[in-house]
Design a protein around this ligand. Structure first.
Ligand code: NAD
Ligand code: LMR
Length: 326
């Protein structure tokens, strides 16, 4: 059956890297035809139409059609997978409250449009920053959609953490399992290797270097987004698109036996994260559903860092509450 996939911010840099991979079957698999809905703001519709022309020119066998629109209702009508990439970036002189308010102006109507018209199995991934709180806003305006269908992306952080750890231990990326990102997709996030395994061995024991963990690994992963912006003069795009593909593919097709992934999902209170916050957890996916991995022992080092990131999420929630957005 054809799956409707909506991508917002379709004319942006992540959109350009993402759309061709969706159309080629990498999001949902080689047997699933897709119909793309590209949502943009009016001034960028022409650019999105250009991307649609290129998608057509690629003659992807799985691509059944493309609609380009600046109307959120149309874009989300009947959608099965919604990738919310378009967001308002922070510009000079903008305070955090201004940023949250500007994004509220995007994610509130998009949540309403998803509530009004999306398919009953809709899955939502928010990529646009601040991703966790944008997901919270969208979810708050879609009361008829089960809360577990709203997620935000920390898979890029998860992949970055795997890459850094495998480099340090001179191990294959495929040998790293059970990596965890906790908290916010921001510099306060906590990449946790205490439960990770490398070729079957506990990763923290294999590293056996508390200074490297605290002073190199954690800040390198948590500040990687800023380092990419500094190096490229633009924020990560292809790696972000790749992580979005991974996130949805894993959600739909499941985690491998003996492994898990990281997703920012609506907290049920697990690990002391206040209920309702959209926070990153270790999750397993099966039969198209995610579940938070339970029963992990959290040491004091980890506890302090999880709490710090969760505090930031609570502050963001309070700020959007005061703006009447949740
Ligand atoms: P970009 O500026 O190149 O593109 C954003 C696009 O969104 C623009 O074309 C813009 O016109 C569009 N847009 C703005 N408001 C919209 C709306 N209301 N509806 C539809 N489209 C709208 O940015 P990008 O590099 O593609 O990044 C997109 C977002 O993803 C940014 O917020 C960025 O910070 C974030 N990001 C998140 C992660 C993550 O790991 N969660 C990683 C990288 C980037
Ligand atoms: C990233 O992690 O690369 C991005 O979230 C950075 C950004 O601010 O866009």
């Amino acid at each position: 059956m054809t799956v409707n996939v909506t991508v917002t911010g379709a004319a942006g840099q992540i959109g350009y890297a993402l759309l061709f991979r969706i159309a080629s079957g990498q999001l949902l698999g080689p047997d699933t035809p897709v119909r793309l809905r590209l949502l943009e703001i009016s001034p960028a519709v022409k650019a999105a139409e250009g991307t649609a022309m290129e998608l057509n020119d690629s003659a992807f066998p799985l691509l059944e059609g493309i609609d380009v629109t600046d109307d959120a209702k149309r874009a989300f009508d009947g959608t099965n997978v919604a990738l919310l990439v378009g967001a308002r970036p922070r510009t000079k002189g903008m305070e955090r409250g201004d940023l949250l308010e500007a994004n509220g102006g995007i994610f509130k109507p998009q949540g309403e449009a998803i509530n009004a018209g999306a398919a009953s199995d809709v899955r939502v991934l928010v990529v646009g920053n601040p991703a966790n709180t944008n997901a919270l806003i969208a979810k708050s305006h879609a009361p008829d959609v089960p809360a577990e269908r709203f997620t935000a992306m920390t898979r890029l952080d998860h992949n970055r953490a795997i890459a850094q750890l495998s480099k340090r231990l001179d191990a294959a990326v495929a040998d790293v399992k059970k990596m965890t990102i906790w908290g916010n997709h921001s510099a306060t996030q906590y990449p946790d290797i205490f439960h990770a395994e490398v070729a079957g061995q506990n990763a923290a024991q294999a590293v056996n270097d508390a200074d490297w963990l605290r002073d190199t690994f954690i800040p390198t992963v948590a500040k990687r987004g800023a380092a990419i912006i500094e190096a490229r003069g633009a924020s990560s795009a292809a790696s972000a698109a790749s992580a979005a593909i991974d996130h949805v593919h894993t959600w739909v097709h499941g985690t491998s036996e003996g492994d898990w992934t990281s997703m920012a999902v609506v907290s049920d209170g697990s690990y002391g994260v206040p209920e309702g916050l959209v926070s990153s957890f270790p999750v397993v996916c099966k039969d198209g559903k995610w579940e938070i991995v339970q029963g992990l022992e959290i040491n004091q080092f980890s506890r302090d860092r999880i709490d710090a990131s969760v505090r930031e999420l609570e502050e963001e929630r309070e700020a959007v509450r005061q703006l009447g957005l949740v």
